[in-house]
Design a protein around this ligand. Structure first.
Ligand code: 9Z3
Length: 360
């Protein structure tokens, strides 16, 4: 597929992120290190978290989305368990692999600690085991230089970073895997139309609706479909590319995922619904295959925003009652769905490496 002009215009008319050259140097070093120490090394580029859309160049206000980076941070840990080195391209201040266990607002790290009585700060007894396991995995990744953390904030920073990083992964060929879990904005304000300074309430247009007759009208342009160019130009030819499709309407999910796969011609689209994403996803691959990955009912974590009744609703061929099991059941410590997704991807990726298959 030939990328349209909007792609190249995007990169010439929007500013290069300040951190880009530093990030490029880090990635070069990371790739060189892993390629030279292990010729069979596999590197996963995991993108994670939301992208902001600034309304002003000196940004006071911006449009954002819901993503906390749970999918990305959790998946990165399971990729590391599968033996991958991971580049974690994440929204700054979103969840990070390992520290995510203790940094969430409902998992405040201070609640894991106590005073010992003799002046020491210690980990509370009930958390010792979990914290030791997480700490061991974290230290292993650190010692072996397996995890590279690169932050971004805006949609433009994200796209510049993705383009550079994909190109720098060329030496990996089929041993590179792209796992695009970041929630990427579809709309943005181009640099030439963006206010330099904070938008003043006194400057907004006279409109018809609000109390004092004023409205802030924001015109957003569509973000160019970067996946097209990632697949056809930036990414190594033999690499595996996995994108995510997020929907809220169960009746659209599978068809939208199929359309994305058809349009971009990559390897796999993982579809998920906003309200059930922690318990089920659908793998959509070439040839219209739809395969659901679900956490069994009894192992589902509780979720404030999730709607468990919607599990199974997006499936074209409705699952049997037994599979969906809406009858209730004891809830154990939740099984993370990423622990099911990532080992499957590792198998698919290995097959691809072994077969030397390439995208058309
Ligand atoms: C996803 O669908 C992710 O699974 C979530 C994860 C964002 C839902 P959380 O961070 O949520 O764990 O809270 N990500 C990709 C959504 C997306 O923006 N896809 C685009 C598209 O479908 C670009 S690949 O067009």
């Amino acid at each position: 597929m030939i990328p349209d002009d909007s792609q190249s215009r995007y990169f010439t008319s929007n500013p290069t992120p300040k951190a880009l050259s530093k990030h490029e140097a880090l990635v070069r070093e990371f790739v060189d290190y892993h390629v030279s120490t292990n010729p069979n090394t596999r590197i996963a580029l995991v993108t994670s978290g939301g992208t902001t859309v600034p309304l002003e160049n000196q940004t006071v206000r911006f449009i954002d989305n819901f993503s906390a980076g749970t999918r990305g941070a959790t998946s990165a840990e399971y990729f590391l368990r599968e033996g991958y080195a991971v580049i974690f391209l994440h929204r700054q201040y979103s969840l990070l692999p390992y520290s995510r266990h203790f940094s969430h607002s409902t998992n405040c790290f201070l609640d894991f600690m106590d005073e010992s009585g003799d002046g020491e700060v210690v980990v509370r007894q009930e958390y010792q085991q979990k914290m030791r396991r997480v700490l061991e995995e974290y230290q292993y990744a650190k010692k072996n230089r397996l995890l590279l953390l690169l932050p971004f904030t805006t949609i433009t920073e994200y796209l510049f970073e993705l383009r550079s990083l994909a190109t720098l992964l060329q030496p990996l060929d089929s041993r590179a895997l792209f796992y695009l879990a970041a929630a990427v904005s579809d709309f943005f304000i181009p640099r030439e139309r963006m206010n330099e300074h904070k938008i003043q309430s006194s400057e907004v247009e006279n409109g018809k609706k609000s109390g004092d007759g004023k409205q802030l009208v924001v015109n957003l342009d569509p973000v160019p479909k970067f996946l097209t160019t990632l697949v056809s130009q930036w990414a190594p030819r033999g690499s595996m590319i996995v994108s995510f499709k997020l929907e809220t309407d169960p009746s659209l999910l599978v068809s939208k995922a199929e359309q994305a796969l058809e349009k971009y011609g990559h390897d796999l689209v993982i579809g998920n619904l906003l309200t059930t994403r922690k318990w089920e996803v659908v793998f959509v691959t070439k040839g219209g295959q739809e395969r659901w990955v679900r956490v069994p009912k009894a192992k589902r974590s509780r979720s404030v925003s999730g709607i468990e009744e919607l599990v199974g609703r997006a499936e074209k061929n409705k699952p049997s009652d037994e599979e969906v099991d809406l009858s209730g059941g004891e809830v154990h410590e939740g099984l993370e769905i990423e622990s099911l997704i990532i080992p499957e991807l590792a198998v698919l990726h290995q097959e691809r490496i072994n077969n030397g298959s390439q995208r058309a």
